[in-house]
Design a binder for this molecule. Structure first.
Ligand SMILES: O=C(O)c1cc(=O)[nH]c(=O)n1[C@@H]1O[C@H](COP(=O)(O)O)[C@@H](O)[C@H]1O
Length: 286
């Protein structure tokens, strides 16, 4: 992921085949339509940006044919050398979530991706098996911490009552635990610390992170830097120009995700739109 960022920058396009987009692209609302949509996004991204984030939910709608379409899109992305973050938002007790890890992160698996999104409602520790698997295969995972949606506030800003972390919010606790995991692995490996950790968090760009109890200044001081998946730009209202003020010292490790605001351009203009968004983001980061 680090190499991809160095080469192509921090933009990641979502593959979110909403019905209205399939209609606008002249594609049927079927698994075959999703396959075509996904392959066209791969084609537009290839050589333009470095990362893709397929939203698994849209493929799941069609059951086995949807998953077959997703498998083809993932294989095409791999062939094109794109980094793929499977947005599957999995979470469960450890013995079950491990199987999700196997599905999305095991080399050779039909649904193999480079990273997967996870939910920590069962406790960050329940995800440890997936983190270890990711690290073993040089892959990654992103755990929801402060999500971009308005409904997230009450739960994610609740304070943690005990466990020696009095005063941390739920979002702050998840971010702190992931940051600690990255730092512990760097010291276990006893190798030269990589620039970016293997496991990241999701921090929505629509949020004031301090209001969610996430202190980018202290988290951003860590080595290796904790990666951040940053959705909420474009359609949900956040602007690239504000990236530094949103993420502070975490900015260098953010993966900036845009779906509808890029996909709405349509298939023939998508490559140019991605190039323009990547240039705009690079400008905001310079
Ligand atoms: O994990 C995510 O990617 C995610 C987390 C979050 O807090 N908010 C969020 O919007 N997302 C996903 O990011 C994408 C955002 O799409 P757009 O709003 O169209 O750019 C969707 O696939 C969401 O499911």
């Amino acid at each position: 992921m680090h190499e991809s960022i160095e080469r192509y920058g921090q933009l990641c396009v979502g593959i979110d085949p909403h019905g209205f987009l399939l209609d606008a692209w002249g594609l049927p609302r079927t698994a075959a339509g999703l396959r075509e949509f996904g392959l066209r996004v791969v084609d537009a991204a290839s050589g333009t940006i470095g990362m893709l984030k397929p939203q698994v939910a849209f493929f799941e709608v069609f059951g086995s044919t949807g998953f077959a379409a997703l498998e083809e899109v993932l294989a095409a992305a791999r062939t094109a050398g794109l980094i793929v973050i499977a947005d599957a938002k999995r979470g469960d007790i450890g013995s079950s979530v491990d199987a999700y890890g196997d599905a999305w992160l095991t080399p050779g698996s039909p649904l193999e991706a480079d990273a997967v999104t996870l939910a920590a409602y069962t406790g960050t520790g329940s995800l440890a098996g997936v983190f270890d698997l990711a690290e073993r295969h040089d892959k990654g995972a992103f755990v929801l911490a402060a999500t971009s949606n308005p409904e997230s506030q009450v739960l994610q800003t609740a304070t943690v009552p005990d466990g020696g972390r009095l005063g941390l919010t739920v979002a702050g606790l998840v971010a702190t635990e992931i940051d600690e995991w990255n730092r512990s692995r760097a010291s276990v490996d006893n190798a030269e610390s990589p620039a970016l950790g293997s496991i990241g968090v999701v921090l929505g760009a629509t949020k004031n992170l301090l209001d969610y109890g996430v202190d980018a200044r202290s988290l951003g001081a860590s080595a290796p830097l904790m990666p951040v998946l940053a959705p909420g730009f474009g359609h949900q209202g956040a602007r690239f120009d504000d990236i530094r003020s949103i993420y502070g010292p975490l900015t260098a490790g953010t993966i900036v995700s845009t779906s509808r605001s890029a996909l709405a351009a349509g298939p023939s203009a998508l490559r140019d739109t991605l190039a323009a968004q990547a240039a705009q983001l690079a400008g905001a980061l310079s």
